[in-house]
Design a protein. Structure first.
Length: 677
């Protein structure tokens, strides 16, 4: 491969990964061109670029997935190379071929290698042909329902159904027994078709409690290929990763060598060039017994979790991608690779405590100060919108240390110093996961997070206590927002709603920056130490004394008014540090909003998304836990279940309709009407 320098790089992606690629490319002296869709004109990755080109499509997602449109944009910008990032078109061999056919440099593996590895079925056949361990299963082209069911019966349960055309947990279903087969197959195929445009699946004998370990490989066009060690990715939900770390705390040097050699062997067999990741399921006994590992798939692109490998190797993987794409040989040989320290990455996502994706506007963003033990990758801007068209991940926080304990400590500190207000995030859940004894001891597997979901729920008592204190501290800001700018001597009523908790009381100014507040029967004397507001957001520091026990506390509170009218707040310090709440000022809530909170027999949307399938119609009798609808959000399918037995009175939405959290989906008949028909 002849050397060909990259002078102008077009990045066919958005958000944090587009920013990440630009940092390295610009440091290497390359001009960068960003892609954007309508509404993203002022996004962080656009502002960072030397130039930007708008993409067009029926939806923002469609614009980034339009092969011809993206290639045309790169040519229009005068770029001589295209970097796909991850997601979108990054693993589409047709896109790689179109880039090359246009005379541009493709920063990725050859299309032939992508075809050989892009589908799980052919990748598995290639792996078996090259002595890479694989689980028994079915990966033939015959996709008839009866063929797949016969293969499943012959294999025995449990079985994992996997989409052949992609990864990221989409199109993947665990089937524990024959009664689950039909529904699981239909759901896997539907999700695979939506996500990848292909409904084909393969079957594998399921390992119920393995670890997910992946190997980073890099190859050049001169016949050299090496691995850069492994990453532990076992903490995941719905087959999507939540934490990743390097190195794995349970992989020793001998196992690393075995897995690395298998990964490199597969890459070379496919004619791979560039950066890629070979993913394995691993059975590693805790008693020191023999470890086994089995090939899952190869991701023919840069991984979301690549920073943890960079942290322990000192290698810039994006720089290596660009060097290899220019025709340069790998900078290091296998025996020159060194690993030092430990790194853990947490994926910060816009989602609720049940890991359901949410959307909204970033009303306030607070990030920790960077230091040698912390790396942040995000593109969050005040006023930025997390839409239902893209992935729910909004950033990555990476803790780095001399050992695992230090890396975890740095990550925990960073999460505690982070606030993202205006929409739900998993920040608090991440901190609770890190605090679990099993996680600290690295006693985890891919089923751990689901099995311990109840252990990760917020402490409702502490949440309620914090909400009362927040209500007490926010009275000055709230009062000013309602026009009370003079020190009125009389007590004023106070009514907040925190979830289903109604907080009522009164507050009265007792002096400059002094208040007496009663909330839900609890009395507080509040002294504001400092307060600052800018538009719809601000912060305050206060000391409060609780009547009765006379205990005094001090803390800092960040707050922001969201598009939903709620006051979103988080304690940054003090006895409730890390607790975040959303409070609704009931004086400002309309009757319509109050009515929308619902009653018996109403099923509401749990998240933003598009209605894929309505499975019931008026008059249908349903039982508790029957599936009523299926919603697609952030590329994943979510089933909506009946909460009780009943008869469907009204289906308030139609297939293809976009819905928002809390929107009425299905109304059951009133009990009287249901029993008289």
């Amino acid at each position: 491969m002849a050397a060909r320098p990259i002078r102008c790089l077009f990045i066919a992606n958005r958000g944090e990964i587009a920013c990440r690629i630009q940092r390295t490319a610009q440091a290497m002296g390359m001009r960068t061109v960003a892609a954007y869709t309508e509404g993203e004109e002022d996004a962080a990755h656009v502002r960072m670029a030397d130039a930007a080109v708008q993409l067009h499509g029926s939806t923002p997602t469609a614009a980034y997935l339009d092969v011809a449109g993206v290639v045309a944009a790169a040519l229009r910008a005068g770029a001589d190379a295209v970097h796909p990032g991850y997601g979108f078109l990054s693993e589409r061999d047709a896109f790689a071929q179109a880039v090359l056919d246009a005379g541009l440099i493709w920063v990725g593996p050859p299309p032939e290698a992508m075809r050989a590895l892009g589908g799980k079925a052919q990748a598995k056949r290639l792996a078996m042909a090259n002595a890479v361990p694989c689980l028994p299963g079915y990966s033939d082209d015959d996709q008839a329902d009866e063929t797949l069911q016969a293969a499943a019966q012959a294999m025995g349960y449990p079985i994992m159904i996997k989409a052949v055309a992609g990864g990221g947990g989409r199109g993947m279903r665990l089937v524990r027994e024959p009664s689950e087969w039909a529904a699981a197959l239909a759901s896997a195929r539907s999700e695979a078709s939506t996500a990848f445009g292909c409904a084909d699946v393969l079957l594998e004998r399921a390992l119920l409690n393995p670890r997910h370990i992946e190997l980073q490989v890099v190859a050049d066009a001169h016949g050299h290929a090496i691995h850069l060690g492994e990453r532990e990715c076992s903490l995941q939900r719905r087959h999507q990763k939540v934490f990743e770390e390097a190195p794995s705390p349970v992989v020793d040097a001998a196992l690393r060598t075995r897995m690395g050699e298998a990964a490199v062997r597969l890459a070379q067999a496919a004619g791979y060039v560039g950066v890629g990741t070979v993913e394995f399921l691993a059975d590693i006994p805790g008693d020191g017994g023999d470890a086994a590992f089995y090939f899952m798939e190869m991701n023919t692109r840069l991984q979301v979790e690549h920073p943890v490998t960079e942290a322990i190797t000192g290698i810039d993987l994006v720089a290596w991608q660009l060097k290899v794409a220019q025709g340069e040989p790998l900078p290091l040989s296998q025996d020159q690779v060194r690993w030092s320290g430990h790194a853990i990455e947490a994926r910060l996502c816009a989602e609720d405590d049940a890991f359901l994706p949410r959307t909204g506007t970033l009303a306030d963003v607070v990030t920790p100060a960077l230091h040698a033990g912390l790396r942040l990758e995000h593109a969050m801007d005040l006023g930025g919108v997390v839409s239902p068209y893209f992935d729910s991940m909004i950033g990555k926080w990476i803790g780095i240390g001399a050992d695992r304990a230090e890396a975890m400590r740095h990550l925990e500190q960073a999460l505690s110093q982070t606030a993202v207000l205006g929409l739900p995030t998993n920040r608090a859940v991440l901190t609770r996961i890190l605090a679990q004894p099993d996680v600290r001891a690295a006693d985890i597997n891919i089923a751990w997070l689901q099995a311990h979901a109840q252990d990760l729920l917020a402490d409702t008592q502490r949440q309620s206590e914090a909400a009362r204190v927040m209500a007490a501290l926010l009275v000055d800001v709230q009062g000013r927002s309602q026009g009370h700018r003079m020190g009125l001597p009389y007590a004023r009523p106070l009514t907040w709603l925190h979830g289903e908790q109604r907080l009522q009381g009164q507050w009265q100014m007792t002096g400059p920056a002094q208040h007496h507040v009663v909330v839900d029967g609890h009395s507080f004397s509040v002294s504001l130490r400092a307060s600052h507001a800018e538009g719809r957001r601000g912060q305050l520091r206060a000391r409060w004394t609780t009547a009765g026990d006379g205990l005094s506390h001090e803390g800092e509170l960040r707050w922001a008014r969201g598009d939903d009218g709620a006051w979103h707040a988080q304690f940054m310090s003090g006895p409730y540090a890390g607790v975040e709440c959303s409070l609704h000022d009931q004086a400002m809530v309309s009757q319509a909003s109050g009515a929308s909170r619902g009653g018996d027999g109403v099923t509401r949307a749990p998240c933003n998304g598009k209605v894929l399938r309505c499975l019931v119609k008026p008059g249908d009798a349903v039982k508790a836990k029957d599936t009523l609808l299926v919603i697609e959000s952030m590329k994943l399918e979510h089933s909506v279940y009946a909460s009780a037995d009943g008869v469907v009175g009204q289906v308030a939405v139609s297939e293809g309709q976009q819905v928002s959290p809390g929107q009425v989906l299905v109304q059951m008949q009133a009990r009287e009407a249901a029993t008289t028909e």
